[in-house]
Design a protein around this ligand. Structure first.
Ligand code: PMP
Length: 284
């Protein structure tokens, strides 16, 4: 449970940022979360690519090279002596006198934390499946940028948990299912895996990218298209993915059973493919 802030490696409780950090005052910052299995990073190059794209979207020029970022991450993982863990990375625009307008030349602040994470808790959830609760999407219009402005996600997930669900599913004004509060959303119909296309309305999940490529590689047909909540309620199967929940069957939407109300065969096959990929990359 270690942190890296501005060049220093510290115990989590001692890691601090100034009160005028723009990440704190304006959520003027982006973040990244990657999984570590058995001490090894999963899909690390893909996370670096996305992080750079997010920095560019905010006009933040990160001075550290990919090699330096990788070095810091690996050193933190080694120092924390973790096997299964999550690495959280945040880049803020930096510290400045509070003003919405940002001056050029601010020094971005790089933060990383590593914390143990028990991925095995997902195994019983994969066996049983989880429920989701739908909420109207009240987020801003550029949720493809992985910014730390997550208030709508926080409130949606809080509501979902209060309703006994694992996740919230955001629906658009037309009833389209976009994604979860911190996960991507899918349904299966007639053997085809269906998920919302990449757009400003969803975060391009790394687990999503990986799942679609594994599905295509296994000849499971994939459609990246919008689907309505009614279509999800009538689907054969549903599922979700993220870095911290690499794949979970969704068996209830707003308390109604999806398909048989139990994890289905396509999802089971995808769970196998995801586990095989994690094992291939990390030996987990
Ligand atoms: N959508 C949202 C809104 C998220 O916050 C996340 C996780 N940060 C995801 C999807 C899944 O992304 P990933 O697979 O990269 O964890």
């Amino acid at each position: 449970q270690l942190a890296y802030v501005d060049g220093q490696y510290l115990p989590m409780a001692e890691a601090m940022v100034p009160v005028e950090d723009r990440g704190l005052q304006f959520a003027d910052s982006i973040y990244e979360v990657a999984a570590i299995f058995d001490g090894r990073l999963l899909d690390w190059p893909e996370h670096l690519v996305r992080m750079r794209r997010n920095c560019a979207a905010l006009f933040i020029s990160l001075p550290q090279s990919d090699a330096v970022l990788s070095h810091i991450a690996r050193r933190l993982i080694a120092m924390a002596r973790v096997r299964d863990a999550i690495i959280y990375i945040q880049v803020t625009r930096g510290t400045a006198r509070r003003d919405h307008v940002f001056a050029p030349g601010l020094r971005p602040r790089l933060i990383m934390t590593v914390r143990r994470f028990d991925f095995r808790q997902r195994i019983p959830q994969q066996a049983k499946g989880v429920g989701v609760t739908t909420v109207p999407d009240q987020r801003w219009g550029r949720v493809d940028i992985k910014s730390t402005g997550l208030l709508a996600n926080v409130l949606a997930k809080q509501d979902a948990r209060a309703a006994g669900s694992f996740e919230a599913w955001f629906t658009g004004p037309d009833g389209t299912v976009r994604e979860g509060g911190s996960t991507n959303a899918y349904i299966v119909r007639g053997g085809t895996l269906i998920t919302h296309p990449l757009s400003a309305h969803i975060l391009p999940g790394i687990a999503r990218q990986s799942l679609l490529s594994l599905a295509r590689g296994a000849q499971i047909p994939v459609e990246e298209r919008a689907f309505h909540l009614d279509e999800a309620l009538g689907a054969d199967e549903a599922l979700l993915t993220s870095t911290t929940a690499p794949i979970l069957p969704v068996v209830r939407i707003d308390g109604l059973a999806v398909g048989s109300g139990r994890p289905g065969p396509i999802t089971a096959r995808l769970v196998e493919l995801v586990h095989a990929e994690i094992a291939r990359q990390t030996g987990w």
